[in-house]
Design a protein around this ligand. Structure first.
Ligand SMILES: [Mn+2]
Length: 252
C-alpha cells in the first residue's frame, strides 16, 4: 500500500471502498456522469460513488429547508450532510458534480491526516475590489469555494454537529465557512485538487501546478454558454468515452 508510513493514516481497510458523495443537480446530470466516470476510470482503489439527490433526501425526511435565492445548485446545503450520510464513521469525500478528475483519487486519499476534522483546498479569494454595478454586488466571501471539495473526517467529534437539524436551519455563512470548526482543524490539500477553471493557473515547467481535478466553477461545456471554456476539450473527451460505454452497456 504505497509509501506512506505516518501513524496519522486513517484506519481504512483495503477492502472498504472510499466513499465519494457527489452533489447532484437534475440540470447537470451529464456533468455528474462524466465526473463519476473520470474518478472510476483512474482510481486504483475501490471507491463508492453516491450522488446527493435532494429529492431523495426530502423523501427520506433528512432535508426540508426551503430553497433560498442564493442557492445556485440543489446541493448548496445538502452537501453538509456528508458526515451524516456516512454514518459519522471513517473518512468520506464530498465533491461538486462540475469536477473532472485527471488523476488517481488514491493520491488524494493518501493525503488524509486524522488530526483534522476536514481537509480541502484553501483558496484565497481576497478581492482587489468589490465591483458594485447597478446595486449588483459581486459575491465575495471568506473561504469561497472551500466547501466544493471536502474530505470529511466523519468520525471526528466536532463533525457530530452536522445533523440534519443543523444543516436544515443554519446559515450559508456558518456552513460554507466551516464555522463549527477551529482554523487548525481544517487541513489543507494542494490547489491542484480543486483547480478553478478561469481562476487558477499552471506554472510552465512546474509539474506540481498541473491540475489533478478541474473545477468548472463558472459553468462547464455541458452548458452551451461554456462550451469553449478552458479545458473544455478534456471534459468533452471524457464525455465521449462515457457516452460510448453507456451505449455499449445498453446494447448488452
Ligand atoms: Mn462547482
Amino acid at each position: 500500500m504505497g509509501s506512506s508510513n505516518g501513524e496519522n493514516r486513517p484506519a481504512v481497510g483495503d477492502e472498504q471502498p472510499f466513499r465519494i458523495f457527489v452533489g447532484y443537480d437534475v440540470r447537470e446530470d451529464l456533468a455528474y456522469q462524466v465526473c463519476r466516470h473520470s474518478i472510476l476510470k483512474r482510481s486504483s482503489i475501490p471507491v463508492e460513488i453516491i450522488p446527493i439527490k435532494q429529492a431523495d433526501l426530502r423523501k427520506n425526511g433528512v432535508y426540508w429547508r426551503e430553497r433560498g435565492q442564493t442557492e445556485s445548485t440543489e446541493f448548496s446545503f445538502s452537501r453538509f450532510l456528508t458526515p451524516y450520510l456516512a454514518n459519522f464513521k471513517g473518512w468520506a469525500m464530498f465533491v461538486d458534480c462540475d469536477f473532472l478528475y485527471l488523476a488517481d483519487i488514491k493520491e488524494l486519499r493518501d493525503l488524509i491526516d486524522n488530526k483534522f476534522a476536514v481537509m480541502c483546498v484553501h483558496h484565497d479569494y481576497t478581492p482587489k475590489e468589490t465591483t458594485k454595478m447597478d446595486g449588483a454586488v459581486q459575491t465575495v466571501y471568506p473561504r469561497k469555494n472551500w466547501s466544493s471539495m471536502v474530505l470529511y473526517n466523519c468520525g471526528h467529534p466536532k463533525n457530530k454537529v452536522l445533523t440534519p437539524e443543523i444543516v436544515n436551519t443554519q446559515t450559508g455563512a456558518f456552513l460554507h465557512r466551516f464555522q463549527w470548526l477551529e482554523d487548525n482543524e481544517i487541513g489543507s490539500v494542494p490547489f491542484v485538487w480543486n483547480f478553478l477553471e478561469g481562476h487558477n493557473k499552471s506554472v510552465e515547467g512546474d509539474l506540481t501546478t498541473l491540475p489533478k481535478a478541474i473545477h468548472y466553477t463558472r459553468g462547464g461545456p455541458w452548458f452551451e454558454a461554456w462550451k469553449n471554456c478552458e479545458f473544455a476539450d478534456l471534459w468533452l473527451k471524457e464525455m465521449e468515452e462515457y457516452n460510448k460505454e453507456a451505449e455499449k452497456k445498453s446494447e448488452e
